[in-house]
Write a protein that binds this ligand. Structure first.
Ligand SMILES: [Zn+2]
Length: 423
């Protein structure tokens, strides 16, 4: 298929188009939620492609997929590269998919070079597809990488339930992912992830490659107002305890108080669940997912506390009760300095002078880095910064720049370059 969005390098383009089209519908982008049937098809296509290129496939009990190249023997350390194949509802073609398939493409190229003796591997390499990075179907996001790195217990992750009450364990089983399969590689020496920027900084800087030095912090709170169900007709107004009215005021109050006091924080209320959700019943429970992001934990603390006070006041004003269902802080991450330096040097050598930047969004590389697995995150430009939308686009020459740098960086790491630099 050619729709003007095809990426360069015909081999890469073929697999990219194949997988980016799984779950795609005209004008509505790609819907390939974690552990859905579409995700199952994408996993199968990825595994088939990698196996044809000489990899063996393994998966762990949370469904992280590993395409393994055991080049350097059982005792050799591992290098990982990858991202995620799940998407948001009506998401884009590039987010995550680009990272998995560019790592796969790099691995296949290196495999040819290893086979022909042009690369002498001192490390094994695995291309990884992490489960439920997006957090669209199951919260929290970054589930697979969090389990792999030990930040989230496996049983807790498998017990997560989607909006329909289906557990992640059940959903994975439905697409044939049960328990460990194959020899899952140990924790790697280093992890590289190529991802689209989802912002405009690279375009504004006129650069094709970004090296991420760290991320913003995030505070995510799930807040519920509890009212009382009653008939929307006869119930006297003074007797109503309307949880949806409270949520509406809470959302508006959140924006007002944060805009006034912490205008630079990124903020959202992006999910609302109303119960019982009948046109004739005053809303009993309204649950809202709020989010604040910024570079400083102290500022997120202060802003979050202002928001919670505003939510309390709304509960008082509407005669509802406030319940804080979850309130989690994600610390800002600093990516591995040695790996960053390697990627910068490689990018420079490939004639792509890199931009050093921060990521607002979380990524699997950040989850791993936060648990002590040396990780680097490489960005390529997103047209107009559009993300989580069908119009998400990265130009072919930018994709090629990312592929070139990722492949060269992985070659260096597979030859033992990370450890050599650290010594
Ligand atoms: Zn992503």
């Amino acid at each position: 298929m050619h729709d003007g969005r095809t990426v360069p390098n015909s081999k890469f383009a073929a697999i990219f188009d194949e997988i980016a089209n799984i779950g795609a519908t005209p004008n509505e982008g790609v819907t390939r939620l974690a552990a859905s049937p579409e995700d199952g098809v994408a996993r199968g296509a990825f595994a088939k492609w990698m196996k044809q290129g000489g990899a063996r496939i393994a998966h762990d009990a949370i469904g992280n997929q590993f395409a393994c190249f055991d080049w350097a023997g059982d005792d050799a350390p591992w290098i990982f590269a990858g991202s995620h194949l799940d998407t948001q509802p009506r998401g884009g073609r590039f987010d995550g998919t680009l990272g998995v398939l560019s790592a796969g493409s790099a691995a296949l190229e290196l495999h040819e070079q290893v086979s022909s003796g042009r690369v002498r591997p001192a490390r094994n390499l695995a291309v990884v597809n992490w489960t439920n990075e997006e957090g669209a179907r199951y919260q929290p996001s970054l589930t697979g990488s969090a389990v792999f790195s030990g930040a989230l217990p496996l049983d807790d992750a498998l017990a997560l339930r989607d909006g329909a009450g289906i557990s992640l364990k059940e959903a994975l089983a439905a697409i044939g992912v049960v328990g460990d399969k194959g020899a899952v590689p140990p924790s790697p020496e280093a992890y590289l992830e190529l991802h689209v920027e989802q912002g405009r900084k690279l375009l504004e800087a006129g650069r094709q490659i970004g090296v991420v030095e760290g991320t913003w912090a995030a505070r995510k709170a799930t807040v519920r107002w509890i009212g009382r169900a009653s008939h929307t007709g006869p119930t006297p107004m003074k007797d109503r305890r309307d949880a949806l009215l409270a949520a509406a005021q809470g959302i508006a109050g959140f924006e007002t108080v944060i805009a006034a006091n912490h205008p630079l924080l990124h903020r959202s209320a992006a999910r609302l669940v109303v119960e019982p959700n009948s046109p004739n019943v005053v809303v009993d429970r309204a649950t809202v997912w709020f989010e604040l992001r910024g570079p400083s934990v102290a500022e997120l603390d202060a802003a979050g506390n202002l928001a919670l006070a505003a939510f309390e006041k709304v509960a008082d004003d509407t005669g509802t009760q406030l319940e804080i269902v979850a309130d989690a802080l994600r610390n800002p991450a600093s990516m591995d300095v040695t790996l960053m330096a390697i990627v910068r040097r490689v990018a420079q050598a490939c004639n792509f002078p890199p931009e050093t930047m921060r990521s607002v969004a979380g990524h699997d590389a950040v989850a791993l880095q936060n648990r002590g697995i040396s990780s680097a995150l490489i960005f390529i430009p997103s047209v107009d910064g559009i993300a989580h939308h069908p119009d998400e686009l990265t130009h072919p020459d930018d994709v090629q720049a990312g592929l070139t740098v990722l492949t060269a960086a992985l070659r260096h790491l597979v030859e033992g370059g990370f450890n050599a630099t650290r010594r």
